[in-house]
Write a protein that binds this ligand. Structure first.
Ligand SMILES: [Zn+2]
Length: 507
């Protein structure tokens, strides 16, 4: 899909949710310390639990999982399991153990919105995230992060957004020509970014220069398919992941080529400083019509040949169905208990939604289009899953109605709605995520030798994927957080959001 009228990312970075240097309430710190005790060095055993290890094996009931120094050292039937002296024992009877979750498309994990966002992630069982708009210097950011006392997810950290000469977001790195494209790849690799984030406005030649340089340097590039490149071309160029199905629906249409030419003409018109307002409005309406036409001209054989390309080239897909659903723009229910974790400022921005800057008729058209594209996207995700295209679970959190931590559970449910089995959806947020970031040997499944990142659930997620929210405990690198500790974490996130409100009223 391509939504040129509506940027896919809110620049919340412009108005940080809260400032750093917040002094934390002593009582909360005490609570956290109390409930998270005992810590690292001691061994931990979760007994009599049903293990869903995410390797693809069936669930195994009555298992005992032993953890020592942050690693899983044994997964054995409870009957024969040993219990080390002084081990903390968690009774897992009637409960379900899954690997910790990864949200593979987030914003706000590596800027001033942390530690608020980190508390919401970990408090909801998210042990790892892929940050899609990283800081200018990843090494420098990691150095500051090292002194953060709060629990944090592992962060696979992108470069800042790399966009063309007319960037959507002001904090983007602009690559206007091939030399600048190559230079940004080199610079970001030196600064320690895990990948280069490519964006919609990159010119063709600059995009392919970035692809070439990234390949030479051995750093992945991931992100949007630029407007002037097709999804198949991006796949062939080696783009490691495609976000939000950008231009994937176009690639599933027999009319992709003619529509691409028409789209570029309309966009140029829409953006042209010379065009008067009636011309711009007409171009905008035609772009909306074109997007409907993309949905109408879906062709199964064309789609299958695109999916075959993805498979052959190892191109991952992060559909971010949470975002695509949010763009239908039903505002967060104010009764939604989750809205209390947002500062008033963020909530106001979210309530304004995606289309507040459009006149009402255009707004209605955008909502209609978003509905059609959401349904189309679910269909495409289901077909890609059947075709074996590797899929990641990502939310695009910090866009309106995509909540840090809570959002990943929404995404898992939407992936199942799209046709993934509950196990496949879980794997999209666990095993697949670890494989994608190159850590499958140490993360992503419940197996001996792996880092102990785990979520203990009250209810069976394979019976109903919505049960992933029934979190009883989270184990983060071997450290146990029981329900009370998780509640304290969420309460602290709420306090930070409220404190931002207080700071705003003082300004
Ligand atoms: Zn994003």
């Amino acid at each position: 899909m391509t939504r040129i009228l509506v940027p896919l990312l809110t620049p919340d970075r412009l108005r940080p949710l809260h400032r750093c240097n917040l002094r934390f309430s002593l009582s909360l710190m005490f609570l956290l310390a109390l409930f998270s005790f005992p810590g690292w060095s001691q061994s931990l055993v979760i007994r009599n639990v049903t293990v869903i290890d995410a390797t693809g094996h069936a669930a195994e009931p009555n298992m005992s999982v032993e953890i020592e120094d942050g690693r899983i050292v044994a997964v054995t039937p409870s009957k024969t399991a040993r219990t080390p002296k002084n081990a903390t024992i968690v009774n897992g009877a009637g409960k379900f153990l899954i690997p910790g979750l990864w949200d593979m498309h987030v914003h706000g994990a590596s800027d001033s919105r942390a530690p608020w966002s980190h508390l919401l992630f970990v408090g909801n069982g998210v042990v790892g995230v892929r940050d899609m708009s990283g800081p200018p210097d990843a090494h420098a950011w990691r150095a500051t992060q090292a002194s953060n006392p709060d629990p944090s997810p592992t962060i696979y950290l992108g470069s800042p957004i790399v966009d063309g000469p007319d960037p959507t977001w002001p904090e983007s790195i602009v690559a206007a020509d091939e030399a600048q494209g190559r230079a940004v790849v080199d610079q970001q690799q030196q600064h320690g970014a895990d990948f280069v984030k490519v964006y919609s406005g990159l010119p063709r030649n600059v995009y392919f220069a970035i692809a070439d340089e990234a390949k030479k340097r051995g750093i992945p590039f991931e992100g949007h398919v630029p407007e002037v490149v097709s999804a198949a071309e991006a796949s062939r160029a080696g783009q490691k992941s495609i976000e939000h199905l950008t231009l994937v629906a176009e690639g599933c249409s027999k009319e992709e080529k003619t529509m691409a030419a028409e789209r570029q003409r309309l966009e140029a018109l829409f953006r042209s400083p010379d065009a008067d307002m009636p011309k711009k409005i007409a171009a905008g309406q035609n772009i909306i019509r074109l997007n409907f036409h993309v949905v109408e001209t879906f062709d199964d054989a064309t789609a299958q040949s695109l999916f075959a390309q993805f498979l052959k080239n190892g191109t991952w897909q992060t559909p971010t169905l949470t975002l695509l659903q949010a763009q239908i723009d039903s505002p967060l229910d104010t009764n939604d208990s989750r809205s209390k974790f947002l500062s008033k400022e963020v909530r106001a921005k979210w309530d304004a939604g995606y289309y507040s800057h459009f006149p009402p008729p255009a707004r209605a058209a955008m909502v209609q289009l978003a509905k059609a594209e959401f349904d189309e996207s679910k269909k495409i995700v289901g077909l890609m899953y059947q075709a074996g295209v590797p899929i990641l679970a990502g939310t695009d959190t910090m866009n309106p109605h995509c909540l840090p931590g809570f959002g990943i559970h929404d995404e898992l449910a939407l992936l199942v709605e799209a046709g993934l089995s509950p196990l496949a959806a879980l794997q999209a947020a666990t095993r697949n995520a670890a494989q994608f970031v190159g850590q499958l040997d140490s993360r992503g499944t419940i197996e001996v030798g792996k880092t102990a990142d785990l979520v203990l659930l009250d209810k069976d997620p394979l019976a109903d994927i919505h049960n992933t929210v029934s979190i009883q405990a989270v184990v983060l690198k071997g450290k146990l957080f029981q329900r009370a500790a998780l509640d304290a974490m969420l309460a602290k996130a709420q306090t930070l959001a409220n404190r931002e409100d207080a700071a705003a009223s003082e300004r």
